[in-house]
Design a protein around this ligand. Structure first.
Ligand SMILES: NC(=O)C1=CN([C@@H]2O[C@H](COP(=O)(O)OP(=O)(O)OC[C@H]3O[C@@H](n4cnc5c(N)ncnc54)[C@H](O)[C@@H]3O)[C@@H](O)[C@H]2O)C=CC1
Ligand SMILES: O=C(CO)COP(=O)(O)O
Length: 422
């Protein structure tokens, strides 16, 4: 029997981050909070790392009132556009840019983390103890956190730092294309305690599940969750809120132009997005040499194999090969990223022009941040520590090329298995 429960509270959503992808996801989410007003409050807060921005003279927004640099948050809220990181895309009026991170997350029961991975640690420090203790998170960040404790997914490290459950969204999603409402697919992994993957019920109204059977609430509240061998307590979502089932989570992200597939493999979804950024650099290197599509395909083939191997070796049983091969967050993201992604484009220009990739990044991206270079260094430091560099020859080659120890021309030799055996 279907649940007829009426919930006295709605989910309030905050997007933590406002770059190219952060602003795009705020647009997607804000369209959905308006559409699904039975589940979500319409207003979507978007935390903006405040900066001054000068509207360019050739912009349609340029006039006497903005001839001087202005606060980016004020521009976003007045123009309903993010002129620096997502120009020429109209944002729904229910997206509210907020420079105060603590104020932005106030009363938010859903936190969507979407900022370059190098800034998430500081954001979590600012948020610790300031969020609803039962809030749920979704990380859209493509990167990994490597420290003396090892290699962690951002979904895990955010969850640990803030004491909440955090899932992941990742897919073949060049932000500007999604913002322009060109069709794409994505994968959302969400698997909090109490979730039954066949009948996703991460939270329930007292006594009964949406499927009519009895639910033991004590099992859902304060349940231990093991992540990378660690256990912690999680608070159940109060029953005043609509349950965050896969169906309701999908309603937050799915649009006619942005098709969501829900799954439970948080590690696989997070790793696909993080590691493909290293592979996209390699694809850019060989393309920059003018080697053509076959070389790029070879790099992608090796890259997906190393990504799956990395997942299986370091994240064990929780990673499913299928996630890499069948979901948008796997091979599909690799393909799109190695065709038109920023890591690919900047790496290609760096090789073609013989310049450091950091210089190209500054020149080309107007403040947007490459994730592949940082991830290549982080993954290498982790692999070195584990004594496993040789088992990941492409990841290692990318690091060595960035360090100037190898040249892009060396890639075929470096990834040739017969050379490895010699
Ligand atoms: N842009 C894209 O096409 C896609 C990006 N992603 C992933 O989404 C995540 C976020 O990327 P984008 O939104 O594209 O960011 P971005 O590359 O546009 O970076 C700019 C953002 O960084 C912020 N920022 C700069 N300095 C900061 C600081 N010190 N502290 C905090 N924030 C600071 C800026 O305010 C701005 O919001 C990344 O992990 C990326 O890999 C995922 C899918 C697509
Ligand atoms: O993740 C992306 C597409 O899915 C975008 O990749 P880049 O950060 O290389 O642009």
């Amino acid at each position: 029997m279907a649940s007829l429960a009426v919930h006295s509270r709605k989910h309030k959503v905050c997007v933590v981050g406002s770059g190219n992808w952060g602003t795009t996801i705020a647009k997607v989410v804000a369209e959905n909070t308006q559409q699904h007003s039975d589940i979500f409050e319409a207003e979507v807060q978007m935390w903006v790392f405040e900066e001054e921005y000068q509207i360019p003279k050739d912009s349609k927004h340029y006039d006497a009132s903005n001839a001087q640099p202005q606060k980016l948050t004020e521009l976003i809220n007045r123009l309903h556009e993010n002129p620096k990181y997502l120009p020429d895309i109209a944002l729904p009026k229910n997206v509210v840019a907020n420079p105060d991170i603590v104020n932005a997350v106030k009363d938010a029961s859903i936190l969507v983390f979407n900022l370059p991975h190098q800034f998430i640690g500081k954001a979590c420090e600012q948020l610790k103890g300031k969020i609803l203790p039962y809030a749920r998170g979704i990380s859209c960040i493509k990167g990994l956190e490597v420290s003396e404790h090892g290699c962690e997914l951002h979904s895990e490290s955010i969850g640990e730092k803030l004491g909440i459950y955090c899932g992941a969204l990742s897919g073949a999603n060049i932000a500007t294309e999604v913002a322009q409402e060109k069709w794409s697919e994505t994968t959302v992994a969400y698997d909090p305690p109490g979730m039954d993957s066949k009948h996703p019920t991460p939270q329930a109204t007292p006594g009964t599940s949406p499927h009519g059977s009895h639910v033991d609430l004590s099992k859902l509240q304060g349940e231990d969750r093991t992540l990378n061998g660690k256990k912690r307590k999680l608070q159940a979502l109060p029953t005043e809120y609509p349950p965050l089932t896969h169906r309701n989570m999908k309603k937050l992200f799915h649009r006619p132009y942005f098709h969501v597939n829900m799954c439970s493999d948080v590690a696989g979804v997070s790793l696909g997005g993080a590691l493909k950024n290293i592979v996209a650099l390699a694809a850019g290197f060989v393309d920059g040499l003018g080697w053509g599509d076959n070389a790029k395909a070879a790099v992608m083939r090796v890259g997906i194999m190393e990504s799956v191997k990395f997942g299986k070796m370091f994240f064990g049983g929780s990673v499913r090969t299928k996630t890499f091969t069948e979901e948008s967050c796997g091979v599909a993201d690799l393909i799109t990223s190695c065709s038109g992604g920023r890591n690919f484009r900047c790496a290609k220009m760096a090789v073609a022009e013989g310049k450091p990739i950091g210089e190209i990044e500054k020149r080309e991206l107007n403040g947007q941040q490459l994730q592949g270079t940082g991830t290549a260094y982080e993954v290498n430091s982790f692999l070195k520590n584990e004594g496993k560099e040789q088992e990941f020859p492409l990841f290692t080659a990318v690091y060595n090329i960035l360090e100037g120890k190898n040249k892009p021309e060396d890639i075929p030799e470096l990834v040739d298995p017969s050379k490895q055996e010699e």
